[in-house]
Design a protein around this ligand. Sequence first.
Ligand code: DI6
Ligand code: FE
Length: 403
Amino acid sequence: MRCDRVWSKARLATFAVDRSGIGAIEDGVVAARGGRIVYAGPAADAPTFEARETIDCASRWITPGLIDPHTHLVFGGDRAHEFELRLAGASYEAIARAGGGIVSTMKATRAASRADLVAAALPRLDALIAEGLTTLEIKSGYGLSLDDELKSLRAARALADVRDVSVTTTFLGAHALPPEFAGDPDGYVDLVCREMIPAVAAEGLADAVDAFCEGIGFTPAQTRRVFEAAHAHGLPVKLHAEQLSNLNGAALAAEFGALSADHLEHLDAAGIAAMAKAGTVAVLLPGAFYFVRETRLPPIEALRAAGVPMALATDCNPGTSPLTSLLLTMNMAATLFRMTVDECLAGVTREAARAIGRLESVGTLEVGKACDLAVWDIERPAELVYRMGFNPLHARVWKGEIA
Ligand code: DI6
Ligand code: FE
């Protein structure tokens, strides 16, 4: 078989859809041609390759490149001062109601140019990439005006021009109420539905639409209007649901066939059943759980029992999860949420791909998918979950090229 590059003598965690667990292969080979995987499997079954380059992996482990399926990577400023206020006793909700929170980041984001936003996001992106990330989702939601939301989505797309990484973008205009609409949330939702979503769709700037369905965000009725507008423009939906309270957002998301419902600490049995039926992925965000000192755990056991796919993400944002490490995210999911090692690893590969609607092209080591790989200096996959603050990445491959 002719190909560009072969990685041999590797241990593979394929996460192949038809294999159990992590789909481990002890003596494995991956071959790439034209940026895609043309073989991933046991050396014993491999064809003879004619390759430009063959890399001896010396028994290192190869996983799919990591995927972060929920980030707010593009924003201006930071919220270190609010962190200090919280340490002094103020609650996240109290700070938000006093005009801080998301609105303070909105001001900094509006003041920034697109180039400023790209420059501010790059160190965060580079931290994720340094741990083997090859795909991430980036939400808007700190502009909260037509021009500033478009600027944020363009900045998110522009990141893929300056780094070897695949970006999906999500329009999150319904993230918070901008001050100019104080007292008129329905007026703002009108703007989101009638102007922003059509403009975003017309420019092809978003792959999905999200909303923050919460007491300090938008009501289920407002969220429904956002979802209807998204579907009218051919865009799939996602939802920040059941983070601080239970508004039955996950069931609403499932009703719209959402790709994912995210956070879910306050999810109930009816929401779980609705997600299972719709195939909506649960995106769990242990960094936010940790950072806001949440005590209510997402219902992991019930999600597992219902067969709801579980993904993990950093939720990287300045207010509730200033986190840029998927390795630490996995450790937190295991330690705080009691997810298994296999669940954590699948959560940042196969299930993360599912959560962003990209399972057909990334997330597993299977023929036809992008050859996005992370090569690790580890003896067993559990090390990726077990260690804290240590990065055993040996090499990162994006679309068949060593990045
Ligand atoms: N939920 C969150 O945790 C973040 N956004 C959201 O909808 C918080 C964003 C922020 O505080 O800036
Ligand atoms: Fe979020």
